[in-house]
Design a protein around this ligand. Structure first.
Ligand SMILES: [Zn+2]
Length: 271
């Protein structure tokens, strides 16, 4: 599933392509026909992302909410849209650009109260411009016995970080994925929160997840770049049994809350 930086990139791109002008909205597949008809021809005022949720705000207090889930995908291009192939749930076009959405988990219209409810059930987003979210997240983490990895991936506690960012932030902080939330101190949490903000902001800019310090980049270490469909240079994510980039110890893996956790038993001693 795409992590939050991908959704923030989409919000920026869709704003650039469509905001400020009327948009022709349709649902070639038909499953979103009624919703599409409701916003067809309206001006797209702005776009936003909260965690993995994308919002298109139309004039008239109507917001399109999209969650890509595992299979959702946007494609876009210049000029008029091509003839619709496959299950195009949502199509947008303004004469200069077009956009298609296939396979999302959610594609629906929300009124302002429903938008508020969505924000309310999501935790703070490290990619939000305002930086007070960390305090709120810490309160939830501090009162839990659950593993920190599970807490950071719980979208009601922190919205937007997925397995890769969480795994890597824990490595960079020297904490085992299994450390209980209540054991976390405020200074340590503040460092993790700021680290997530920085890493994910870089992800928005570059369109890939890189989490290693410059001294651990392939060129600095004289090693081959990572080959993985997720791309990017990481310390431990999906590097089971490969040597830790810092200390050389083989990377460990185990299931934590039904997800694969990865860590270095030497660099991540706190548990
Ligand atoms: Zn290590």
């Amino acid at each position: 599933m795409p992590e939050g930086h991908t959704i923030h990139r989409l919000a920026e791109r869709h704003r650039k392509l469509f905001a400020g002008r009327p948009v022709a909205v349709s649902s070639p597949q038909g499953r979103f026909a009624a919703g599409a008809a409701q916003v067809d021809g309206r001006v797209l005022l702005d776009t936003a992302a909260h965690g993995k949720h994308l919002l298109h705000q139309y004039e008239g207090d109507v917001t399109l909410h999209v969650h890509l889930g595992l299979y959702g995908k946007f494609t876009d291009g210049d000029g008029d849209p091509p003839s619709a192939v496959g299950e195009v749930r949502l199509r947008m076009a303004n004469g200069e650009h077009w956009l298609d959405l296939r396979g999302p988990t959610a594609c629906e219209l929300l009124d302002p109260l429903q938008v508020d409810a969505l924000h309310a059930r999501l935790g703070p987003d490290p990619l939000a411009e305002e930086d007070d979210g960390g305090v709120k997240a810490f309160k939830a983490i501090k009162k839990s016995d659950r593993p920190l990895m599970a807490l950071l991936m719980d979208q009601s506690i922190v919205a937007g970080a997925g397995l890769i960012y969480v795994t890597e932030a824990l490595f960079r902080a020297g904490l085992r994925p299994t450390v209980a939330g209540r054991r976390l101190t405020r200074p340590r949490w503040d460092a993790i929160w700021q680290d997530l903000r920085t890493l994910m902001r870089t992800g928005v800019e570059d369109g890939r997840i890189d989490t290693v310090h410059s001294i651990h980049l392939p060129e600095a270490m004289g090693r081959a770049p990572r080959v993985d469909r997720h791309g990017g240079e990481v310390y431990v994510y999906r590097r089971t049994n490969q040597p830790c980039l810092v200390c050389g110890t083989p990377v460990q893996t185990a299931e934590v809350n039904a997800r694969n956790a990865y860590w270095c038993r030497v660099c991540q001693r706190t548990r």
